[in-house]
Ligand binder design. Structure first.
Ligand code: 5RP
Length: 233
């Protein structure tokens, strides 16, 4: 892992929040618990710091091949989600969070497996540096995972919803699909409604709005330390 002296200020915040998430997670699990592991640079800090406690970890499920490989390199067991009865806690980053802890995710193209893992988890802990905190979602382009043959159809439908779809060149998801990033949707409100509408377009696998299943807890890394925020309705 990168030494602290070479971390950028943003990465130092990600690492601080990942450490707080490890402490939080260790308090939630027992010797049978399965931990859901997200994807991205903040999740990578979490994985590396969690590895220092691997003797206490019964197993994990991962939201991407990249995270599964990183966990295995640390010697942490990774299970297929279908092989576990329960995921005690899911820990993952985000591209944006609003005060309701509704999120935009999928900057790393792992949104579908992330959404599945979040759906199964009893608790969803989101970890992010302070730059991800917004009043309203939608400045970050909304990722949509699409079956490849439906790409043009889905793009036309997204324009009808007011978005500006951009095909993410050169990216194939772990599920063999493509990503369309939808620009100019800010402010997304209500987020649940847009999440449902986009998911109803034929050919969409899922979109990166996590509003129907928001985070339960957000740990936000700021200059003043790690803030723990609970969802408000
Ligand atoms: C991957 C994700 C990530 O959680 C999101 O992109 C945040 O990444 P990072 O922790 O690198 O800022 O949704 O699909």
């Amino acid at each position: 892992m990168t030494s602290d002296r070479t971390l950028s200020p943003q990465d130092a915040l990600k690492k601080a929040v990942a450490q707080a998430a490890v402490d939080y997670t260790l308090n939630k699990i027992d010797d049978k618990s399965i931990i859901g592991i997200g994807t991205g640079s903040t999740a990578n800090f979490f994985i590396d710091l969690l590895a220092e406690h691997k003797a206490k970890i019964a197993g994990t499920v991962a939201s991407s091949e990249a995270s599964a490989n990183r966990l295995k390199q640390h010697g942490i067991p990774v299970y297929d989600l279908n092989a576990v009865d329960e995921v005690t806690i899911y820990v993952d980053g985000a591209d944006e969070s609003n005060p309701h802890l509704e999120l935009i995710k999928g900057g790393g193209a792992a949104l579908t497996r992330e959404k599945i893992t979040a759906a199964v988890a009893k608790e969803f802990l989101c970890i992010a540096d302070g730059s991800k905190w917004v009043d309203h979602l939608g400045t970050f382009p909304l990722p949509v995972e699409v079956i490849p043959m439906a790409r043009s159809h889905v793009a036309r439908e997204l324009v009808k919803l007011g978005g500006d779809p951009v095909y993410r060149q050169g990216v194939i998801t772990d599920n063999g699909n493509v990503i369309i990033d939808v620009h100019h949707l800010h402010p997304i409100s209500p987020a649940r409604e847009l999440e449902e509408k986009i998911n109803n377009i034929t050919g969409v696998v899922t979109n990166g709005l996590f509003a129907l299943r928001p985070a339960d807890v957000l740990m936000l890394g700021t200059e003043d330390g790690v803030e723990t925020i609970y969802a408000t309705d």
